[in-house]
Design a binder for this molecule. Sequence first.
Ligand SMILES: Nc1ncnc2c1ncn2[C@@H]1O[C@H](COP(=O)(O)OP(=O)(O)OP(=O)(O)O)[C@@H](O)[C@H]1O
Ligand SMILES: [Mg+2]
Length: 240
Amino acid sequence: MLDIKNLTRKFGGIVAVDDVTLKIEKGEIVGLIGPNGAGKTTLINLISGYYYPNEGKIFFNGKDITRERPFVRARMGIARTFQNPRLVGNMTALMNVLYAILGKEGGRITLHEASAEAMYYLDFFGLLKKRDVLAKDLPIYEMRLLELARALALKPKLLLIDEAMAGLNPAEAERVSSLISRIREEFDLTIVWVEHVLRILMRSVERVVAMHYGKIIADGRPEEVSKDKKVIEAYIGEEL
Ligand SMILES: Nc1ncnc2c1ncn2[C@@H]1O[C@H](COP(=O)(O)OP(=O)(O)OP(=O)(O)O)[C@@H](O)[C@H]1O
Ligand SMILES: [Mg+2]
């Protein structure tokens, strides 16, 4: 589904993503880990089109999308969430999801149909009762759920999650991880999931890719990657 070839993105003197080559098969759920500044978000930004690479190519279902703009990639089936929720604060929870659906569907859907869809996704994440609350007034847990609802409402084939559990308490983090497992099954999704809460991530995914200084340092089953010497060294001083 996703074929990344020799991708490099620099910011001044920093090589945030350094010659990354990676393939993701349809139906996979892949955890993307690495210490702060490893290049995880930059890789998500490159796949979703928020940044363009200096070098390398990205293919999605065989098509070269390296230079496609984010909304084109969204229409092709790539959706994402943001590490720092990027909701429209002064719009209600419902409007945030509705706005995304209308933006994607344009004139192909009536307002009535789009509203019904938005309500469905809010309900899936337990946010129906919060539909009239302004996004900026939601607690962080519900902001993260709303980010997921909005991404899912785009009916993606590939969902990129950039930290769904940051700032949540352990019980909330558990609920988010079980919702992610459920959406993968019910919506037939391929998922790339960046997360620092490794304890939960490692048991929720089937494959883990570890980055450090912009490079992939390990790629394999969670139990293999968590024992990998390079990964342990990269994480010295952090949780593993
Ligand atoms: N827009 C930008 N301008 C300048 N430098 C950037 C930019 N985006 C990322 N970087 C730098 O690129 C490197 C990788 O950052 P990135 O945000 O991708 O890391 P990350 O793995 O997501 O880290 P974290 O776990 O803290 O979210 C860092 O050194 C960061 O400072
Ligand atoms: Mg990040």
